[in-house]
Design a protein around this ligand. Structure first.
Ligand SMILES: [Zn+2]
Length: 625
């Protein structure tokens, strides 16, 4: 015991000296057999399973959705659970919900897209008519969007319980930017059924309320969903149709089969058919049976007005559903197929049998194997929104992060891969070459003193969520790739992170450890400044002095952030050369002397000559004789 104490004392003292250094170690949670020190899931990694059998029907006269569901919940944790938590997120629209009380301003994106996280005054909320297990009613307490359910006896490790829940709610016209409807002609349904809160090895239950800015942290499982809708409605969903003979004509089935093998979009519902269908409003109902395997949520869209294009990629069906007036969607299927193929080849194969995107009023929202995207007049914006929502299939639908706490690992990682997709789709245009620079334009205003919070802070605490979740993280990863690790090393590490954590729940430390272990590079300094602080970069040329056959270039790092340096040197004879210095140049001091062997004197030095850093003061980047 004593020996151990002395040892830790000697280890302590150099560390306290290093506390003032930007290179001091990150304090990560202790690695374990659940989450290993290498960043991979450990041999004892576990997560819960939540599978759902849902029967729901939509009453379009009142726009009420009602359903009965059975939740099959398996406790793979080593803990006995005396109670469970469920999400009842329609209560964000209940009278006096936290969201209505807070009256948060909408999230504004460049380009005019805004997300209002409220129901814009709509008063709704879910009614739970029954909640039971094995026929025994369970005691429950509702806390806004969360509900605690008492179990008759603790659920033992390895045990399972089936919950039976009956519920109903009025579908809001505007559902916090994530769901909604257009009258009774078009429905986009998300957050519609009570679902299990994640129980994990890090925090136990995760019942953070749904306030609006934070999205969803969900368990994986299988879905068996039966939806009864008006007979003329065309449906898109997370699941695949299990009763095609009942819901599709022989003609439609033949078209779908053709589409599956086609790179070009095949009309499944033609414009003429959609127009006729919308006018006729077929009487009666139709019941759709859908199944989905290993997904963390289930969403759907339906309208009598939808036309439907489909194509195939790798045996998977790519569906685009849109109203005939949505002209920009004529290209949507091509955009959708490109996106699924591009991300599959770049990062991880798309895992589900189909991918659907629905046109409608929701400004852009993702669910497993389905997205809601509006029609946008500008082609680049249309592609970006459609592609971005599908990019979420990789983060967080496959890589199952905690979106409610860490949007930078979800919106941020997705936005990073999006810049690659946009550059490829618009290859050969100025837009393709420069689109990623929009994050640098944002940096100028977003990083003003007091204007930002560290990325690690919760989304509901961010004054500028567009920057913290969508722009700073891709800038961070672009610079990590291009300036610190190199493209090949970075790409291998990020691919490994996705592969290791596919269909699992990675935490920030798992990501940091994976990137360091796979790349062989200590990145503590990098994560601390980018993720845990609002450190700013300011690289400067202090002075330049010729001496003998050399020139000494005196550099300094004036901000709290350290990064490698690229310097462009201009010689007296007009020759230019570039010098790249690793971040280790700042190990000993915030000043560094670069010795340039040069028979002719230097006449100019420029740091960050391609202007790819968010350097706070560019005037001191340049020295001229
Ligand atoms: Zn997103």
């Amino acid at each position: 015991m004593l020996l151990f104490a002395v040892l830790s004392l000697t280890l302590q003292s150099p560390q306290s000296v290093a506390d003032s250094s930007p290179f001091r170690q990150l304090a990560l949670p202790t690695a374990s057999r659940i989450r290993s020190s290498s960043g991979a899931p450990g041999p004892d990694y576990w997560q819960q399973e939540a599978s759902y059998t849902i029967r729901a029907s939509l009453d379009t006269a009142t726009s009420t959705l009602s359903g009965s569901e059975r939740i099959h919940y398996v406790n793979h944790s080593p803990d006995s659970l005396p109670f469970v938590w469920m999400q009842i997120e329609q209560n964000i629209f209940a009278k006096n919900s936290v969201t209505y009380q807070l009256n948060q301003p909408p999230l504004q994106f460049p380009g005019g897209v805004s997300f209002d996280f409220t129901g814009q005054g709509f008063i709704g909320g879910i009614t739970i008519d029954q909640l039971a297990a094995g026929g025994v009613p369970l005691t429950r307490t509702e806390y806004g969007t969360m509900m605690r359910v008492e179990l008759p006896r603790p659920l033992a490790p390895g045990g399972a319980v089936d919950f039976d829940v009956d519920w109903r709610f009025p579908v809001p016209p505007y559902g916090g930017g994530r769901m909604g409807r257009v009258g009774n002609r078009l429905y986009e349904l998300g957050q519609w059924y009570p679902r299990m809160v994640v129980y994990d090895d890090v925090r136990g239950w995760n019942p953070l309320p749904y306030i609006g800015a934070g999205e969803f942290y969900l368990e994986y499982g299988n879905f068996d969903v039966t939806l009864t809708l008006p007979a003329g409605y065309v449906l898109g969903a997370t699941g695949t149709v299990a009763n095609p003979e009942e819901v599709f004509s022989a003609d439609t089935r033949a078209r779908l089969e053709k589409a599956r093998g086609s790179e070009q979009a095949v009309p499944i519902v033609t414009p003429a058919e959609a127009t006729a269908n919308g006018k006729r409003l077929t009487a009666g109902t139709k019941t759709w049976h859908l199944t989905a395997t290993n997904v963390r949520d289930f969403a759907w869209c339906a309208s009598p007005d939808y036309r439907w294009d489909a194509s195939g990629y790798d045996g998977k069906l790519i569906n685009t559903l849109y109203r005939p007036a949505a002209a920009p969607w004529l290209e949507a299927n091509r955009m959708a197929r490109f996106t699924i193929k591009y991300f599959s080849e770049q990062w991880y194969p798309y895992p589900w049998p189909q991918a659907t995107t629905c046109e409608g009023p929701v400004e852009g929202m993702e669910y497993p194997a389905i997205t809601f995207v509006p029609a946008l007049p500008k082609r680049e914006d249309q592609f970006w929104d459609l592609m971005h929502e599908f990019g979420h299939q990789w983060f967080p639908m496959v890589t199952g992060t905690d979106e409610r706490r860490y949007p930078w690992m979800d919106e941020g990682f997705n936005s990073f891969i999006d810049y690659g997709a946009a550059a490829e789709y618009f290859k050969g245009t100025a837009y393709a070459d420069t689109v990623w620079r929009e994050v640098l334009w944002s940096a100028r205003t977003a990083t003003a003193p007091g204007a930002e919070k560290p990325m690690i802070d919760q989304p509901v605490e961010q004054q500028n969520l567009a920057w913290a979740a969508y722009q700073k993280p891709p800038l961070m990863l672009i610079l990590l790739r291009d300036q610190v690790l190199g493209r090949e090393t970075f790409t291998r590490a990020l691919r490994d992170y996705i592969r290791r954590w596919a269909f699992k729940h990675p935490q920030p430390a798992d990501f940091f450890r994976t990137m360091s272990n796979v790349s062989g590079t200590d990145l503590d300094w990098f994560w601390r400044e980018w993720v845990f602080t609002t450190a700013h970069l300011d690289q400067a040329v202090d002075s330049v002095t010729p001496h003998g056959d050399s020139t000494y270039v005196y550099l300094s790092n004036r901000g709290e952030m350290v990064m490698p340096v690229t310097a462009e040197l201009v010689h007296a004879d007009g020759a230019k050369e570039r010098v790249s210095l690793p971040v280790a140049m700042w190990y000993l001091s915030s000043r560094f002397t670069l010795r340039v062997a040069s028979p002719s004197p230097l006449v100019g030095v420029t740091l960050d000559p391609d202007a790819i850093y968010p350097d706070q003061d560019r005037r001191n980047n340049v020295w001229k004789r």
